[in-house]
Design a protein around this ligand. Structure first.
Ligand code: UT7
Length: 336
């Protein structure tokens, strides 16, 4: 059922992160690295790590609850919860646990997996439900606890990742649609460059039939290849999303990239001609929080008063899959 004239607004945000922090100096007692190397190559100073009491669903629920409150709604108002994560507490999905924890009894809830692009893919997915008139209020959460899956002896990856959750509430409006344009991409040919893969061995069950038992292996990444991919492909997908929105880079107030590496953020901003001061970053204190990174950085900027209602933001995610995508939107509910 398509309802004509229903627009979507990205109305409010919330976020949550574990309290425990791991600094670069502390990391350098675990692997052969240094604060100087990590800061110079990535811009990261510290990252938050989930402790045993910080489950994926508890972080996601805290971020979701904050976003619902910021929107002036109650949990009962939410029609759909979309949880973008690659690190659920339960492989069957964690969105339903979040639904129970926040008490959103009316909401249908499911997970969406697109690694570090999860939030942007989720934003576009959520908007389709609103635009068709199917759901009026959607809670979109990006949350990850990649620290569970990091090889803490691999200095090429363990320095990068942190844990956290960020959320936004999307609402139906009778007025303008504030998701102005988007472009999503996938390339499974490059899957080998960044993986958190299942590895199993066949267990014989009966003649000619086996079942494969095993476990997921820690993250493996070809950092240089992923870096090159991001710097080449992210400006391209942003330009495409801006074209679809009929906007120029100069119309954008904020560039909000997946927080992977400050050098990637700077290189993409430079290629697009976006001044550094219009690029949002929280990398120094959080590292790469995967699906959480964009909404975490957005929420911090909103709470600082940096991002204002009506501001035009281009958000871009990129990562495992490989997946990448950009969405151009206007922040907040602003009637014009
Ligand atoms: O969320 C999604 C995606 N992930 C990313 O976006 C990651 C993208 N890639 C990156 O951010 C960067 O490639 C890294 C930060 C992972 C690595 O930085 P780099 O500048 O590409 O370093 P590199 O891998 O080219 O390594 C340069 C040198 C090597 O030594 P040699 O071979 O030149 O002697 C590494 O062994 O730095 C060494 N190295 C380190 N040294 C100290 C690698 N990791 C470390 C470390 N501390 N932690």
């Amino acid at each position: 059922m398509v309802q004509a004239g229903v627009g979507v607004a990205i109305a409010a945000s919330g976020s949550a992160a574990p309290i425990a922090a791991l600094t670069n100096d502390q990391l350098s007692t675990i692997v052969e690295t240094s604060d100087e190397w990590i800061q110079t190559r990535t811009g990261i100073r510290s990252r938050r790590l989930a402790q045993s009491e910080d489950t994926l669903s508890s972080l996601a629920a805290a971020a979701g609850t904050a976003a619902i409150a910021a929107a002036g709604l109650s949990a009962d108002d939410i029609d759909l919860i979309l949880l973008a994560t690659s690190t659920p507490d339960d492989l069957f999905g964690s969105a339903v646990q979040v639904q129970a924890q926040i008490g959103a009894t009316r909401a249908v809830a499911f997970d969406l997996t697109a690694a570090c692009s999860g939030f942007v893919f989720g934003l576009v997915t959520a908007a389709q439900f609103v635009r068709t008139g199917t759901y009026r209020r959607v809670l979109l959460i990006g949350a990850d606890v990649l620290s569970r899956w990091v090889d803490w002896s691999d200095r090429g990856t363990c320095i990068l990742f942190g844990d956290g959750a960020g959320a936004v509430v999307l609402q139906a409006t009778d007025g303008r649609d504030r998701l102005l344009g988007f472009e999503l991409r996938s390339d499974g040919q490059l899957n080998h460059t960044l993986k958190l893969a299942f590895q199993g061995t066949p267990q014989p069950l009966t003649a000619g039939v086996t079942a494969t038992a095993g476990r997921y292996q820690p993250i493996i990444m070809n950092g240089r290849e992923v870096y090159r991919f991001a710097v080449a492909k992210v400006p391209e997908v942003i330009s495409k999303a801006l074209f679809r929105a009929d906007l120029a880079t100069s119309d954008i107030d904020w560039l909000l990239l997946h927080q992977a590496n400050q050098r990637i953020l700077d290189a993409v901003a430079d290629r697009l001609g976006v001044p550094r001061e219009q690029t949002l970053s929280n990398l120094a204190d959080y590292g790469n929080t995967s699906a959480a990174s964009i909404p975490l950085a957005l929420d911090a900027a909103v709470r600082r008063g940096q991002v204002q209602p009506g501001d035009k933001i281009v958000a871009a995610g990129f990562g495992a899959g490989l997946t990448w995508g950009a969405a151009v939107f206007e922040w907040g509910v602003v009637e014009t």
